[in-house]
Design a protein around this ligand. Structure first.
Ligand code: HEC
Ligand code: HEC
Ligand code: HEC
Ligand code: HEC
Length: 121
């Protein structure tokens, strides 16, 4: 509910303020943060957020194909449900991608995650 995954499913996004207010019109209404959120919803403003994880654009990655294959958010992002604040706490380097692919018997061919370019073979 908080991180919709719009088509084609590569990216996770963040819910709009009115969506948050489906819960927060009744939860923690006395919190200054939630009052700010309510004002955002009322004024149709987007919630600003900071990117925590990012891989370079030359790497192919889709959230939907991974969640569809049974990978959980915690597999790649750690124990987020227990955190007050998020920080980068897991390794999402090429080696980490490859470790899981080896374990799950998924391809580790270069062209699986990188576009093949002339002279790259
Ligand atoms: C499914 C219901 C639900 C949705 C949707 C939801 N929240 Fe919450 N939110 C909660 C609950 C439950 C708590 C924890 C309340 C507690 O600690 O007692 C919480 C706590 C918070 C707090 C901490 C408030 C404080 O002062 O302790 C913030 C900030 C917050 N939510 C922001 C958001 C934002 C931004 C969104 C939308 C992106 C959102 N929430 C969507 C249920 C929800
Ligand atoms: C297989 C590993 C993996 C899984 C599973 C995964 N993520 Fe991610 N996540 C990543 C990677 C890699 C990035 C950086 C993507 C990029 O830079 O394009 C990322 C980025 C994000 C971002 C920043 C926006 C974006 O899409 O780049 C959010 C938010 C996010 N993940 C939330 C989630 C949530 C919520 C779940 C569970 C429903 C989840 N992730 C499951 C690996 C994963
Ligand atoms: C937790 C285990 C896990 C991790 C970590 C993981 N993968 Fe995967 N990946 C999978 C599985 C399982 C599949 C097979 C999905 C299917 O069969 O549709 C897959 C499929 C893929 C595909 C092909 C599907 C598509 O979307 O085209 C690509 C590309 C890919 N992974 C890239 C990555 C990259 C890049 C990373 C690191 C940032 C990564 N994976 C990390 C388990 C993982
Ligand atoms: C499972 C996905 C995956 C596969 C398979 C894969 N890579 Fe990568 N590769 C990545 C990711 C993710 C990064 C970005 C790592 C980062 O910046 O944190 C990357 C980065 C790179 C870089 C840039 C490194 C740097 O330090 O700038 C090169 C070069 C590269 N890969 C080559 C290859 C070659 C050659 C192969 C085949 C042997 C390969 N990759 C297979 C996911 C993959």
């Amino acid at each position: 509910m908080c991180h919709p995954n719009p088509d084609p499913g590569d990216m996770m996004t963040i819910a709009t303020a009115p969506k948050c207010m489906q819960c927060h019109s009744a939860i923690k209404t006395d919190s200054p943060a939630i009052q700010k959120l309510a004002a955002f919803a009322k004024n149709d403003r987007e919630i600003k957020w900071k990117r925590v994880y990012q891989i370079p654009a030359y790497v192919r990655f889709s959230h939907r194909s991974h969640t569809g294959a049974g990978a959980t958010c915690a597999d790649c992002h750690g124990a987020v449900a227990e955190r007050e604040q998020l920080a980068r706490e897991t390794d999402l380097s090429m080696g980490a991608c490859m470790n899981c692919h080896r374990l799950k018997k998924v391809s580790i061919d270069c062209g699986f995650c990188h576009d093949q370019q002339p002279g790259n073979q």
